[in-house]
Design a protein around this ligand. Structure first.
Ligand code: IMP
Ligand code: MG
Length: 171
């Protein structure tokens, strides 16, 4: 299988810098607690965190919503919860991609119940054409067409996460 470039590494990094600048301005004087959803959001989260100029703390959680291929199972399961409480904190949930919206709506529901001081969701990629749940991220890197993408943390059967760009698998 060959992988074509949908969004180059330079374009992804430029966009992440812009997002970090915006967040640093918006949260000036605060400590932002960023939560990454394993494993896909790790690459985006690191690149974002490196560019934030405000104090940052981090935590991770893991959910499973997909099988090993490219089809959604429609079921979201909490695999790893956060290590720390988010009560009273300014939380940003960092996602790699928003597709059906099922994962995000589940996470938003359980995390908002824990009384953070503020709560926002950012995603590197958004495929709005595929949404089945009514939910929108507070900040999006790129809106992309309905194609299965890999790289920059995103996998196909656990492969290609390490590609430094956003790619599409060409049959
Ligand atoms: P949702 O619950 O349908 O919004 O799916 C979100 C999760 O599905 C993401 O965090 C990814 O792990 C996975 N996913 C959705 N679309 C893609 C894709 O195009 N490539 C790789 N993973 C994807
Ligand atoms: Mg995944």
């Amino acid at each position: 299988m060959a992988v074509g470039v949908l969004i180059s590494e330079a374009d992804v990094e430029k966009k992440i810098s812009q997002m970090a600048e915006e967040i640093s301005k918006e949260y000036a004087g605060k400590t932002v607690h960023i939560i990454g959803v394993l494993k896909g959001s790790v690459f985006f989260m690191c690149e974002l965190a490196k560019r934030l100029t405000i104090p940052v703390t981090m935590d991770f959680m893991s959910v499973s919503s997909y099988g090993d291929g490219t089809k959604s199972s429609g079921v979201v399961k909490l695999v790893k919860d956060l290590d720390e409480s988010i009560e009273g904190r300014d939380v940003i949930l960092v996602e790699d991609i928003m597709d059906s919206g099922r994962t995000l709506s589940y996470l938003v529901r359980i995390l908002k119940e824990r009384k953070p001081a503020s709560f926002k969701v950012i995603t590197l990629l958004d495929k709005p054409d595929r949404r089945v749940v009514e939910i929108e991220p507070d900040m999006t890197g790129f809106v992309i067409p309905d194609r299965f993408v890999v790289g920059y943390g995103l996998d196909c059967a656990q492969k290609y996460r390490n590609l430094p760009y956003i790619g599409v698998i060409e049959e």
